[in-house]
Design a protein around this ligand. Sequence first.
Ligand code: SF4
Length: 256
Amino acid sequence: MIEVVSRPKKRLFLALILVSLLVTCISTYGIWMVSFPGLANISQYLPLVIGTILLFSIIAIASGIVGIIFAILGFPTLGFFQGPAWSAINLLFPLAIRIGKLCDLDQERIERSFIEVSNHLIRRKSVKVSPEKLLILTPHCIQRETCPYKITRNVDNCKVCGNCQVGEILLLSRRLGFHFAVVTGGTLARKVIKTLRPHAVLAIACERDLTSGIQDVYPLPVIGVLNERPYGPCCNTRVDMQAVERAIREFLSEKK
Ligand code: SF4
């Protein structure tokens, strides 16, 4: 089974996150109104205090989303927006997925759109790191299924036989000097990040793993490159090496 991946559009994620914000505003207002009499029974000031806290929370989330939209449209945005922007994404993303499902939208399509938005925001920051502070993470399924070598403990066990792209990335890492790890899942990925303490990550994975990984490791800058699945999910996956090299060179400082 060959999976055809359509080109992701940033506006899909942005539209869903805006609808999620609207739903959150309406439900927060509804909950506040319903609890108003009970709160007023405890203290006459309590509805106002709680209402003010909720209002400022909504304003912070909305300012984050406005920051994302301005950044996508190419307007200069203040670094101040970064924190609220990612808090807004982390908070509203599950709701955005649910709303997308209600509208019969494919979850992977929404996740691809999110990855595009996230990559765009990271690229705008023009993060530059030295090779030893850059980590490339790929999932285990990029290794040839029949390969007998254990590369998740040590990628140098790869014999660069040419049967999968692990060898290609390994040679590139030796040439340019960045770290390269093949991981079996999110737990191992987090462990590698904790051990190596990179300043930037290039992650190659499927939509679901990239989406959760990018959100998990924030504020670490991550560029996500989607894998290709010519044999279906989790089996002999591949990646566009040109996209990988482009992302690596974007991260590495100019002189490298
Ligand atoms: S390139 Fe490395 S990991 Fe891939 S099949 Fe060959 S030895 Fe195994």
